[in-house]
Design a binder for this molecule. Structure first.
Ligand SMILES: *Cc1c(COP(=O)(O)O)cnc(C)c1O
Length: 396
């Protein structure tokens, strides 16, 4: 899978491992264990079998006839919304849970913001009989009650974190503290292509199934490679999983779409690559939203999954090298794109995924008639409460 590549956790100037001494040995053991697993045909076969028989892969590739025509492009959607638990996150969760088991971990620790990664982790751990503890900000526990209920049904212990901002950043700090206390017995299951080495590489390898399937499906169904491949970018895992198998195809333009939120002011969006500067957060060197003094900024997005002040280091490298480019879609543009996909294609996408669809309208102006492949990273059932609140606010 990764034979010729030197795996040192660096993506150009980015990546690396900036962690307290107490975590160095655990991360080194994880890097060794992960490389051995991903080079082991038996492990890869078990992973592939779980993806197909339990997680519902391969997910389909669907031509969007009506929406594509309305935009003036040939539009295809990769349907991660149809994966088990409703998003791409399950690919990474079951892959890492299998790795935890292989490495002899007695329990899994995870953190979650909106709860999607927590649900995927809890489901994967239930499947493999691993105890799972999920740290979640107290504010998020309140806001995301259905996901908390799902995690508990899957047997996970959900710990509400009331310190700090009581959201994702505080939950990550608390999960790391737990891991440091017993890094031998615990496996830390990180949810995106962020954090210290080996996570950005490991998560990309586990998510690259999205791009590999897509490449095969588009060749089969459309007869050629797409002109553009588009995905939303929060931490960057669905996008890097989609992009990676296309990086060598110079005719394929790669476009990541960040949360433009309410506007360009600091604190109003989550566009780390478009508006940030390089710095270190949660153990990795990458683009960050920070003020002039280097203080990490609050973020805003209508979609919880894009509401993070940093981004995976491989995207930082792809930005600097020019191999990929990154745009923003605002809250309003994402909501409009979500409504379009519902009305014209009968698909309710996650608000995160709707950002990628929204960007196609802008790209269609530059490249009329282009063949565009968009990763629909998840389904939008989880967002019905937010959608109801939005339409109420619009009506009043
Ligand atoms: C979590 C999530 C995202 C953002 O995470 P990435 O690591 O950037 O992929 C995007 N879409 C959905 C549906 C999500 O649940």
């Amino acid at each position: 899978m990764v034979a010729e590549e030197r795996i040192d956790g660096r993506f150009g100037a980015y990546g690396g491992s900036y962690v307290p001494e107490t975590l160095v040995a655990a991360l080194e053991a994880l890097a060794v264990g992960a490389q051995a697993a991903l080079a082991d045909d038996a492990f890869l076969a078990t992973f592939a079998a779980e993806l197909s028989s339990w997680a519902g892969r391969p997910t389909p590739m669907t031509r969007m006839h009506r929406l594509g025509e309305s935009m003036g492009v040939e539009l295809w959607l990769k349907r991660e919304d149809l994966a088990h638990t409703g998003a791409h996150k399950i690919n990474n969760a079951i892959g890492q849970a299998l790795l935890a088991k292989r490495m002899g971990a007695r329990q899994v620790i995870a953190e979650t913001g909106a709860g999607q990664h927590g649900v995927a982790s809890a489901a994967a751990c239930a499947r493999l009989g691993l105890p799972c503890r999920v740290y979640m900000g107290a504010v998020d526990v309140e806001r995301q009650a259905p996901n908390v209920q799902r995690m508990r049904l899957f047997g996970a212990e959900v710990v509400a974190v009331s310190g700090g901002d009581a959201t994702l950043r505080a939950a990550i700090d608390e999960a790391l503290r737990d891991w440091v206390s017993d890094p031998q017995a615990s496996y830390y299951l990180l949810g995106s292509a962020v954090g210290p080495h080996p996570y950005p590489w490991l998560v990309r390898e586990l998510q690259a199934v999205i791009g590999r399937e897509s490449r095969e499906q588009i060749m089969q169904q459309a007869g050629r490679l797409p002109d553009l491949v588009v995905a939303c970018v929060g931490g960057g895992s669905n996008a890097i999983g989609m992009f990676h198998p296309f990086v060598g195809d110079q005719t394929v333009e790669l476009v990541g779409v960040e949360a433009g939120g309410k506007g360009p002011g600091l604190g109003e969006h989550g566009a780390s690559l478009c508006a940030g500067k390089p710095g270190v957060l949660h153990g990795t060197y990458s683009y960050l939203l920070q003020d002039a003094d280097g203080q990490v900024q609050e973020t805003h997005s209508v979609s919880a999954g894009l509401d993070y002040p940093a981004v995976g280091p491989e995207h930082a490298m792809l930005l600097d090298s020019g191999r990929a480019r990154y745009l923003q879609a605002s809250d309003a543009e994402a909501l409009a794109a979500l409504e379009d996909l519902c009305a014209m294609e009968g698909i309710l996408p996650a608000l995160e995924s709707a950002h990628a669809i929204a960007a196609v309208r802008k790209l269609a102006v530059e490249r009329p008639g282009a063949m565009v492949l968009v990763n629909c990273s998840g389904r939008g059932d989880k967002d019905l409460g937010i959608l109801a609140a939005q339409s109420q606010a619009a009506a009043s």
